[in-house]
Design a binder for this molecule. Structure first.
Ligand code: GDP
Ligand code: MN
Length: 385
């Protein structure tokens, strides 16, 4: 679960990481009051869970509270669009922070490197909004240091990494201290990523986190209940948030063929078959074992909330799950939904005869095998386009 910048900064500040003073709000009048309190020199920052906010117009500096609050009025309720987020992210909250004088912008992050199977620290003296470009064209400018799972980081190797990253001498000591705090926060918060970009070095020689991104491992959220309430309204993907509320295992994959199956393995196989047939899976969804009709209905609704979905593949192998319950649920869902996309179903297993009878004469197109079902749904979904 990605945390907003203000939440990330709150978390890191608790570990002693220097962050600019600031407050979050969703009210322009309150924004003015906060800006006044901070002396008028403020940066207004949209709290949306996407990269490239600066480039998308979501970060702006002001020298007086009135213009800051005017900007907030315009920003709230808008959608910020970036390359990574073409459909845009709704701005519901803004952070008003004191403006930092920035002489240099560095980059520092702690994250899991799945290739080497270790947590690593990444450091670069070339931080700021072009870090992706740096990673692409000058990967040498980013130093990676693996954290030993038993020993952790030793001071000498951390100092060397900071030097190798060409962090200037006056900032090196503070950078080492900051990284230690980031690693501690990363470990104790069960984070998947902690990223400071830019890590600002001020003309008077202070290192401060001008931006912060923290992502918490979803599997550990039960240990971090303070974030549960914020997961729904501002989540990255509103359908995933709704799935969370309904207790359904759903992951949006960004494609356009919806899939509902039972059992993670069967669903993953379905995704593979859709891809093999030339389709782009829209989602992962596991209805779970022993699903009843109303749960199946809820799952179908969820998949069709995604406006990109051009077709729906249902792949159920009934074991504990009764296929006739699934068939009932699907048809119930279609009674309340204005179905605009083709649906292909491959159903097998417990109570399959009853299930097939229920689906007979409905809009659902039957298929014998998963491969056949995938091919049919891909053909039908892309036929009109
Ligand atoms: P992002 O684009 O979503 O990563 O948003 P950031 O918070 O990183 O802000 C984008 C850019 O705005 C930064 O790289 C800085 O150059 C600039 N910026 C942000 N806060 C400040 C600030 O307090 N002072 C100054 N001078 N620039 C800032
Ligand atoms: Mn940033």
């Amino acid at each position: 679960m990605k945390l907003h910048e203000y939440q990330s900064k709150d978390l890191l500040a608790r570990y002693g990481v220097p962050v600019p003073a600031g407050e979050v709000t969703s009210d322009p009048a309150e924004a003015r009051a906060i800006a006044q309190k901070l002396g008028g020199n403020v940066v207004v920052k949209a709290q949306v869970l996407m990269g490239g906010r600066g480039k998308a117009g979501g970060v702006k500096l002001f020298t007086d509270a009135d213009s800051a609050s005017e900007f907030v009025t315009n920003l709230l309720g808008k959608r910020l669009v970036s390359i990574q987020n073409p459909q845009g992210m709704l701005v519901e909250k803004v952070l008003i922070a004191e403006t930092i004088d920035i002489a240099e912008e560095y980059y520092v992050a702690v994250l899991l490197d799945r290739n080497i199977q270790k947590h690593i620290v990444m450091i670069s003296a070339e931080g700021g909004m072009e870090i992706e470009e740096v990673a692409e064209n000058h990967p040498d400018a980013i130093v990676k240091l693996a954290i030993d799972p038993i020993w952790g980081l030793c001071d000498y190797e951390l100092r060397k990494a900071v030097q190798d990253a060409k962090i200037p001498k006056p900032a090196q000591g503070q950078m080492v201290q900051m990284i230690k705090k980031l690693v501690k926060a990363y470990q104790e918060a069960d984070a998947e990523m902690v990223e400071i970009n830019p890590c600002a070095f001020t003309p008077d020689g202070k290192l401060i986190a001008a931006d912060a991104k923290v992502s918490i491992d979803d599997n550990s959220l039960y240990r971090h209940k303070e974030y549960n309430s914020s997961s729904d309204d501002t989540a990255e993907n509103p359908i995933e948030a709704e799935a969370n509320r309904r207790g359904i295992a759903y992951v949006n994959l960004g494609g356009d063929i919806g899939i509902m199956g039972n059992g993670a393995g069967l669903v993953m196989q379905s995704l593979d078959e859709i891809s093999a047939a030339g389709g782009r899976p829209a989602n992962f969804l596991d209805v779970g074992g022993g699903a009843q009709a109303d749960r199946v209905k809820s799952c179908v609704e969820l998949i069709l909330m995604d406006p990109n979905v051009k077709g729906l593949l249902i792949n159920i192998f009934g074991g504990i799950t009764r296929v006739d319950e699934v068939a009932k649920g699907v048809l119930q869902a279609f009674e309340t939904i204005d179905l605009k996309v083709p649906v292909v179903a491959r159903i097998e297993g417990t109570a399959v005869e009853e299930g097939r009878k229920i689906l007979e004469g409905s809009v659902i197109i039957p298929a014998e095998t998963v491969q056949e079902a995938a091919q049919k749904i891909v053909e039908l979904s892309y036929a009109k386009a």
